[in-house]
Design a protein around this ligand. Structure first.
Ligand code: 5RP
Length: 222
């Protein structure tokens, strides 16, 4: 089994988590792309989607799936039980680093609008401690150097993601060298830095369910 087979297996397993007649929140990334493909084949399993990026929206629409605006979904009180997304790293507490694909802010917004985060990963994403993967921080451009200096003060090495602008018109700093012993505390701390739009730590709202694909099958952790 190659890595794409594993990603596809985790993505297909997430179909069983959906609640027919309700909206599904859809993340961003190569694993989620397999999930969107699976959604396109099983329209009976959901009533529509809320998307976390322009890329996912385009793929959802190409698969014939109705994409709801988040404001409309919230205002209309439409049921939103399950959000499905990948991760760059996930620890045993089901805290995640996300944002390798640059969609962290909308992912965090949409995830927070749903009851349960279902994380779909292959086993290579599981780590004992977060931080080997560079931590993405979306910043308002004028605050980039200020945020970078604060990341350096924590022992991190921030690097501007070259040639990349987020769906929200902002920049991303990828911060290497942080060993994240307390993800909840670090997310809270960085969230308070002026100029930070969001940090790719998903610890305050960890995954409720993790579907981990291995060569032996998909393991469900909850
Ligand atoms: C995008 C993300 C993705 O979920 C994360 O980067 C994992 O991507 P992939 O499934 O391609 O490995 O956070 O912002």
């Amino acid at each position: 089994m190659n890595q794409d087979d594993l990603k596809r297996a985790a993505a297909r397993a997430a179909l069983a988590e959906l609640v027919p007649g309700t909206l599904v929140g859809v993340g961003t990334g190569s694993t989620v792309n397999f999930f969107i493909d699976a959604l396109g084949e099983t329209p009976e399993r959901y009533a529509g989607a809320v998307s976390s990026s322009e890329r996912s929206t385009e793929r959802l629409r190409a698969a014939g799936i109705t994409v709801f605006d988040l404001n409309h979904a919230v205002q209309g009180g439409l049921p939103r039980p399950v959000y499905v997304d990948g991760a760059d790293e996930i620890d045993p507490g089901r805290h995640m680093i996300k944002g390798g694909g640059g969609a962290l802010t909308r992912e965090k917004i949409v995830a927070s609008a749903f009851e349960r985060f279902v994380c779909i990963v292959d086993a290579s994403k599981q780590v004992a401690t977060l931080g080997a993967f560079a931590l993405p921080i979306e910043v308002i451009p004028m605050a980039r150097e200020l945020v970078a200096s604060r990341a350096r003060a924590l022992g991190g090495e921030p690097v501007l993601r070259a040639g990349f602008i987020t769906d929200n018109g902002n920049q991303i700093l990828d911060v290497r060298g942080l060993r994240i012993a307390d993800p909840v505390a670090l997310e809270t701390q960085i969230d308070h830095w002026p100029g930070v739009v969001s940090v790719g730590l998903f610890a305050l709202q960890p995954a409720a369910v993790v579907l981990v694909a291995t060569a032996l099958g998909v393991q469900r952790l909850a």
